[in-house]
Structures are given as C-alpha cells and as structure tokens.
Design a protein around this ligand. Structure first.
Ligand SMILES: *Cc1c(COP(=O)(O)O)cnc(C)c1O
Length: 422
C-alpha cells in the first residue's frame, strides 16, 4: 500500500491526515511520504522506496535512526515497566548528566515536549519576577501555547498564518514581538515597559524560519538589556541544545541565560522536554515553590533512558567536528552549483544544520526569510525527493546532517542537486 493510500485513509480520521501540520506538505504540494522504517541515515517508505533522510525527525535524530545502543536500552528499560508515576533512579542520573554537561544549569525539570518546556519556563519567569509580559522574536517558534503563537515560525509560516485562531487576545496582549537580530527594538521595548516584562525568549540560533545565526553582539546585548531591566533571559534550545557540542549553545557561546529549554535531541527520538536554570530560580517550582508544574508521564523511564544514552554517546563520541565538516561540504557544494546555474540561492549552515534560502543575499530575520522564493524551494524539495533525498517539506526549516551521514551521501545529494533545473 502506497503513501497516497495511507494519506487518504488518514485524512478521513485525522484532521488533514497529519498529527502536526507541516507534515501535510502544504507548502511544497503533493502527497506526504509515509515512512515505514529507518536505520542510520536511511529510511524506507510505504511506496517501497529508500530515501536518505536530511530531516531527522526535525532534529532529534542526531545519531541517526534506530541507533543500536539507544534501541537496546529502550527495550531493556521498557521490559522493566513503562511508567510508574513515581520516581526512578534514571531521572536523578539523567538530571545530573544534563546539569553536568550544561554547567549554567544547577537544576532541571523534565517534561514531555518542547512546547511544555517553554510553557513552564514562561510561567516560572512570571512567578519569579512577579511580572506578566514577554518579549519574543518574529519567526522564532517556541511551541504551540497560546502566548507563543504570536508571529511564530515554521509550521505557522508554512500555513500562511502568523497567529492562530482560538488564541485569546488577552494571551497575545502579553507578548511583545521584535525582529530577530534587532537589539535596538528590544532595548526600546524594555525602556518603555521594562517593569512589566518577565522574560525575553529567543532561539539563540534561529531554526524555525530557516537557519539564521545571531549577529555579533546580539545575544550578549540581550543578556545585558535583560539584566538591566530585571528581566529573565530564556534561551529556547529545543533545537540548539546538544546540536553543536555536547552542551547548550549558551554554554558554548559564553552568553548565559537565566533559563534554558531543551527538547528534541535530549529525548533521542522519544518525547522529552526540559527546563533548567539556576537554583534560585528553579526552586520556585512546585513542590518547593509557588509555581505549579506537573506531568503524569514526566521523566518516564523509557524516554529518559533513550535521552540519557543519546547524550552519553554524544559526549563520548563527539561527532560534532564531523558534522561541521559535512555541513560545510554540503553548503559549499550547494552554493557552488547554484552559482554555476545562476540560481538565486544562499545556503546558510552551522554544524550539521543547513538551509538553502532561495534568494541571493544572506538572511538575517523573518522579513528576509519571507522574501525567499518558496515556489523554487518547493521545486527543489520535490526534485531532491524524486532523487531519493528527504529534506524538510518547507522553506522555513533547517535540514539536519547527523553524525551518521557520510561524505558519500553528501556528495550524492550534491550530484542530484546538480541536476536541478531551478
Ligand atoms: C520544536 C521546537 C519547540 C517545540 O517542541 P515540541 O516538542 O514540538 O513541542 C519549541 N522550541 C523550539 C525552538 C523548537 O524548535
């Protein structure tokens, strides 16, 4: 049975046939691919084809699909009980590991998704500062809680909606939005409303409007501005965390947020989120403090075992230099081929992350990203898919090279891209 067969059946019983909107291929057109299995960098589809995967479940699969050691520990843990709703030693060990790898975090609380991590971070920031308002950046995505759906990235951009129906105005009224990389805009908001602002939240490297790096001084400027206003700085590292090194990006770049949110990689493919920070702030969470937060399956042993093994492997094997080398080879190759063909394209890259933006100039914020040729991206996506390469089905996303991809696979991708007619 083919992808289109399953998509038709799914559409009858799941809204849009998908459990997360960007999977519907709305921005690239055509029928979404149904995956049946994956190993390493390669996935099999219900159409009987084999694809080299550069989406990696949107980021978690930094070690590739079904890494033996991860699967082994997941199986072993599951056999001993899937959940207890009570404490396990794995949780303590995993929290120790996360706090050890990210020294800026004294304490960490586990949740079940990136969305939940951000929701908790914001509530905690409000409870800690006794302030209500938040500053976020256009095109940064922080999950789908009400107040974070203002000018949010990726899926919401793809759908052509900057916000969502069903979000009350009182929720959005709490959120100021600034252009990414625009420190002055943040300073201006803080100058006027500083006393009301609980937190500034940012993806330190933006990954939900395509890959956009912070300009020099932007993050440090946010750190200083937040500090001066008595506002907490939250780094949403759901994509960034453990992506460029076995730690947070905040730790690597030397700008230390008050709170860090994690997800994706730290679950190794199973659902986890985490929020971490200094003891003084984290102790405001229940049961120690007045900020309530809970979860029936939070810290469940199977997800924790998967995440813990993934982080241990990243720490011990450190595939980061390899991913950077492969990433550079990919970006340089794409750029050179595009130049030869006269395509309007700029390929952003950092470590194993890359985004071919379909315009010539570099992209520094959402406005730039929106100015890219999305139709050209859609043609590129389908061209690569036909040649056996799965990339994210939207121009507002990051493609991921994992630690298991090979030079040969990068070169095969470039070879196929060479045949792209634009
Ligand atoms: C994916 C993502 C989220 C949401 O995580 P989910 O696990 O999908 O809820 C939050 N923030 C960032 C930066 C993300 O990329």
């Amino acid at each position: 049975m083919s992808s289109s067969h399953w998509f038709e059946r799914a559409k009858a019983v799941i809204p849009g046939g998908v459990n997360s909107p960007v999977r519907a291929f709305n921005s690239v057109g055509g029928t979404p691919v149904y995956f049946s299995s994956g190993k390493g960098a390669i996935v099999q589809t219900e159409d009987g084809t084999e694809l080299i995967d550069f989406c990696g479940s949107w980021g978690p699969l930094i070690l590739g699909h079904a890494r033996d050691e991860v699967i082994e520990t997941v199986k072993k843990t599951a056999e001993q009980g899937m959940t207890f709703g009570a404490n396990t030693r794995l949780e303590a060990e995993f929290a120790e590991l996360l706090c050890h790898q990210i020294p800026e975090m004294d304490m960490v609380r586990l949740v079940n998704s990136g969305t939940e991590a951000v929701m908790t971070a914001i509530r905690l920031a409000r409870g800690y500062t006794h302030r209500r308002k938040i500053i976020k950046f256009e095109g940064c995505y922080h999950g789908h809680t009400d107040y974070m759906l203002v000018a949010a990235g990726s899926g919401l951009l793809t759908g052509g909606i900057s916000s969502s129906a069903g979000v009350s105005e009182s929720a959005t009224a709490e959120v100021f939005v600034a252009p990414y990389n625009d420190l002055e805009a943040v300073q201006a908001i803080l100058a006027k409303h500083g006393d009301d602002i609980a937190a500034v939240i940012v993806e330190p490297i933006a990954g939900n409007m395509g890959l956009i790096e912070p300009t020099d001084g932007f993050l440090q400027g946010l750190r200083d501005a937040a500090h001066n206003a008595g506002t907490l700085l939250i780094f949403d590292e759901v994509i960034n965390g453990f992506r460029l090194g076995p730690t947070s990006y905040g730790h690597m770049c030397g700008v230390h947020p008050d709170l860090t949110t994690l997800g994706k990689i730290i679950g190794g493919g199973l659902p986890i989120g985490a929020i971490g920070g200094t003891k003084a702030i984290m102790e405001h969470l229940a049961p120690l403090g007045p900020v309530y937060q809970a979860g029936t399956l939070s810290g469940n042993p199977v997800a924790v075992a998967s995440g813990k093994k993934t982080i241990e492997l990243l720490r011990d094997e450190a595939p980061y230099l390899k991913m950077e080398i492969l990433g550079r080879r990919m970006a340089k190759g794409i750029q050179q081929i595009a130049a030869k063909k006269g395509l309007d394209l700029h390929c952003a890259q950092r470590g194993g992350m890359f985004t071919p933006f379909f315009r010539k100039q570099a992209v520094t914020n959402l406005e730039d990203s929106k100015a890219c040729d999305q139709k050209a991206h859609a043609r590129y996506f389908h061209h690569m898919l036909q040649h056996g390469f799965y990339t994210p089905p939207s121009g507002f996303e990051v493609a991921f090279i994992s630690g298991i991809h090979t030079t040969h696979q990068i070169d095969a991708f470039l070879e196929a891209f060479h045949q792209f007619e634009g």
